[in-house]
Design a protein around this ligand. Structure first.
Ligand SMILES: Nc1nc2c([nH]c(=O)n2[C@@H]2O[C@H](COP(=O)(O)OP(=O)(O)OP(=O)(O)O)[C@@H](O)[C@H]2O)c(=O)[nH]1
Length: 143
């Protein structure tokens, strides 16, 4: 006899995304606005992206931060902080969130996206994907 463990919505696939809260010397966090043409355009999010086959989440962030922001980070500077596990209409998102306070290079939006340094208490002023809401609350408490 099999037991049906599904609760609520049953997503077709799980998407593995890696994200990072870059934190500056004033304890502000960098968020980026999703550009037009992408899903959830206009919402603010933590830099990062999908983990490709053969990558660890840390490797994905080293690659994404170079591609999106033109900066170099080292895996050893990525401190695991928390994660999002959220069911969207068409997929389930698993997204570790790291903290990173050290990087090399000037932050340069490489894909025409807007970026902003925001104090954790003000993060709520920026619309973010629903998966990010609990992460913001944790950053506010921690930073
Ligand atoms: N980078 C990032 N992605 C997030 C966050 N919150 C969240 O729900 N996501 C979702 O995770 C996925 C990230 O994938 P991505 O950035 O590599 O994807 P993309 O825009 O190229 O792909 P897409 O247009 O197919 O969604 C998107 O569906 C995005 O909406 C976040 O804080 N940071």
């Amino acid at each position: 006899m099999s037991v049906d463990l599904r609760q609520g919505k049953t997503p077709e696939k799980t998407v593995f995304v890696s994200a990072v809260a870059l934190v500056d010397a004033d304890h502000r966090v960098l968020i980026a606005q999703r550009p037009e043409g992408k899903s959830m355009a206009g919402l603010w999010e933590f830099p990062g992206g999908k983990v490709e086959p053969g990558e660890t989440p840390e490797m994905a962030l080293v690659r994404e931060l170079k591609e999106e922001l033109g900066i170099d980070i080292t895996e050893s500077c990525l401190a695991p902080f928390t994660f999002a596990s959220f069911t969207y209409d068409d997929f389930h998102l698993m997204m570790p969130l790291y903290l990173c306070r050290v990087w090399k290079g000037e932050i340069t939006p490489m894909e025409g996206q807007q970026v902003k340094w925001v104090r954790p208490v003000r993060l709520g002023d920026y619309p973010m994907p629903p998966a990010d809401v609990p992460l913001v609350a944790m950053l506010r408490d921690f930073l």
